[in-house]
Design a binder for this molecule. Structure first.
Ligand SMILES: C[S@@+](CC[C@H](N)C(=O)[O-])C[C@H]1O[C@@H](n2cnc3c(N)ncnc32)[C@H](O)[C@@H]1O
Length: 406
C-alpha cells in the first residue's frame, strides 16, 4: 500500500473510531437517563401502590354477569363466518389472561369472579385493553420487578400521551383523567393523579365526541371494541343526554359490564339476559337506557342511521380484512354523522407472544396516527363520497415520541 493509501486508511479508521465513541457515549447517556431518573421511577412506584378499597359483596350483580355471559355465548351464531371471528392474538389473551374469569363463570362461582374483579387491572383482566401486564417481569412493562429501562419507557409513553392530550384538548386538569378505584387500577402518578396508560388517548376521544356532537340535544354514540369501557365511562361521566351503545365480544363485554355498572351507578345499563333477545326492541332500548352493551354479532341487527357517532380505536387494525369490511359496512349503515377511528398503522407480529422484538416507539407512533384501515377503506369497492364525507379524520400526529419532561 502507498503512503497515501495508508494515510487515507488511517483517516477513515480515526473517523470511524470517533463515531463509534460518540455513539457509545450517546447510548451510555441514554441508558443513564432512562435508568437513574429516580423521581420518575418513584412516581411510577407510587402510581402502582395498591389502592384497593374493600368492595361490598355484590352476589346479585355477579350472578347476573355470569348469566349474561352464558346467554351471549350460547346465542352466538356458529355460522357467523370469518367476519365475526377473533384473531389469534385475542385467542392467546383469552387463554393466557382471561381463563380464570371464564373458569369461574363455568363453575358459576360468583364469589370467585368477584375476587378476580377486585384486582381486575392487576391480574390480567385488563391486559388486552392497552393496560399492560402488571406482574410480568420480562413483559413490556415489568412494573413490579422489571428493569428500569422498561419502566422508563412506560413512563415516557404516559408523559408523551399526556403532552399530546394537553395540546389537543387544552386541558391541564389531570383529575379529568381519573377513574374510580374499581379493580385496583395502576399507572403513573402525575400531579397527584394516577394516570392509567390509556387514559389521555381515550379521554381525548370523549372530548372530541362531545365537541363534534355539541349541537345535538340528545346524542347516541356507538363503539365497536370498547375494551373495559373507559371511553363510555368518560363520555357518560362528563356529558348529559348521551346514550352509549357498545358492541364487543362477550369476554370483553364481561369486563365492561363490571367496570361500568360500578363506575356509573346512576346510569341505567342494558345487557342480554335470559329470554330477552326474542322480544328485543332496539329502538325502545335507545330511549330506555344510558348504556347498552351488546355482543358483536348483534351489530347487523342494530337499526339504520340510529347513532350520531361511531368510534373504533385500537381494534379494527387488529382484525382480518374480512372483519374490517363487515364492520365498516355496518358502521356506515348505522351511523348518521361521524365515524371516528384510530388504529394501528400496521400489525405488530408476535405482539402478544413476545417472540418478535416489539418497539415501544412504533407503538406510540402507531397509536397516535390514523392507520392503513383508512387507506384500506378508500380502496373498498363500496367506497363513495357520502361515506367519505361522514368520515372524520383526526389530525395526523405522526411524530416519533420526543423525550418528555426533565
Ligand atoms: C386492544 S382493545 C382496544 C380497546 C379500546 N378501544 C382502546 O382503544 O383502548 C381491542 C378491542 O377490540 C375488541 N375486538 C377484537 N376483535 C373483535 C371483533 N372481531 N369484534 C368486535 N370487537 C373485537 C376487543 O374485544 C377489545 O375490546
Amino acid at each position: 500500500m502507498s503512503t497515501q493509501g495508508i494515510t487515507a486508511w488511517l483517516d477513515r479508521a480515526t473517523r470511524n473510531l470517533a463515531l463509534a465513541r460518540a455513539r457509545a457515549a450517546q447510548w451510555v447517556a441514554f441508558y443513564r437517563h432512562y435508568t437513574t431518573n429516580t423521581a420518575k421511577l418513584d412516581a411510577l412506584k407510587q402510581g402502582c401502590e395498591s389502592r384497593q378499597p374493600q368492595p361490598a359483596p355484590q352476589p346479585d350483580l355477579l350472578a347476573r354477569l355470569v348469566e349474561s355471559y352464558l346467554v351471549e355465548t350460547s346465542l352466538q351464531p356458529r355460522d357467523a363466518g370469518d367476519a365475526y371471528a377473533i384473531c389469534a392474538e385475542l385467542k392467546e389473551v383469552i387463554h393466557r389472561y382471561w381463563e380464570p374469569y371464564l373458569s369461574a363463570i363455568e363453575r358459576r362461582d360468583a364469589q370467585g369472579l368477584q375476587q378476580l374483579f377486585n384486582s381486575f387491572f392487576r391480574n390480567g383482566g385488563a391486559t388486552y385493553f392497552g393496560i399492560g401486564d402488571f406482574n410480568s417481569t420480562h413483559g413490556r412493562l415489568g412494573l413490579q420487578d422489571g428493569n428500569r429501562l422498561l419502566k422508563m419507557s412506560y413512563i415516557n409513553r404516559v408523559l408523551q400521551h399526556l403532552e399530546v392530550w394537553s395540546s389537543l384538548t387544552g386541558e391541564r386538569q389531570y383529575d379529568r383523567l381519573g377513574i374510580p378505584s374499581i379493580g385496583n387500577p395502576f399507572g403513573y402518578l402525575h400531579d397527584g393523579q394516577v394516570i392509567l396508560s390509556v387514559a389521555p388517548r381515550v379521554h381525548y376521544y370523549s372530548v372530541t365526541t362531545a365537541q363534534l356532537l355539541a349541537h345535538r340535544q340528545r346524542r347516541v354514540v356507538a363503539e365497536i371494541g370498547g375494551g373495559f369501557g373507559l371511553y363510555a365511562y368518560y363520555l357518560l361521566r362528563d356529558e348529559a343526554n348521551t346514550t352509549y351503545v357498545g358492541f364487543d365480544l362477550p369476554e370483553s363485554l364481561l369486563m365492561a359490564k363490571y367496570f361500568l355498572l360500578n363506575s356509573l351507578p346512576g346510569k341505567s345499563c342494558f345487557f342480554l339476559e335470559e329470554g330477552c333477545l326474542d322480544a328485543l326492541d332496539y329502538d325502545a332500548l335507545l330511549h330506555a337506557y344510558d348504556v347498552i352493551l351488546l355482543p358483536h354479532y348483534l351489530l347487523p341487527r342494530w337499526p339504520e342511521q340510529s347513532v350520531d357517532l361511531c368510534l373504533n380505536s385500537a381494534s379494527l387494525g387488529e382484525m382480518p380484512s374480512g372483519s374490517v369490511n363487515e364492520y365498516l359496512r355496518h358502521i356506515d349503515r348505522i351511523t348518521r354523522t361521524y365515524f371516528l377511528h384510530e388504529n394501528y398503522r400496521q400489525r405488530v407480529k408476535g405482539y402478544w407472544t413476545g417472540d418478535n422484538g416489539f418497539v415501544d416507539n412504533d407503538y406510540i407512533h402507531a397509536v397516535l396516527t390514523t392507520h392503513s384501515a383508512f387507506e384500506l377503506m378508500t380502496r373498498e369497492q363500496h367506497w363513495d363520497e357520502t361515506l367519505e364525507a361522514r368520515l372524520y379524520r383526526k389530525p395526523e400526529l405522526s411524530r416519533v415520541p420526543a423525550e418528555v419532561g426533565g
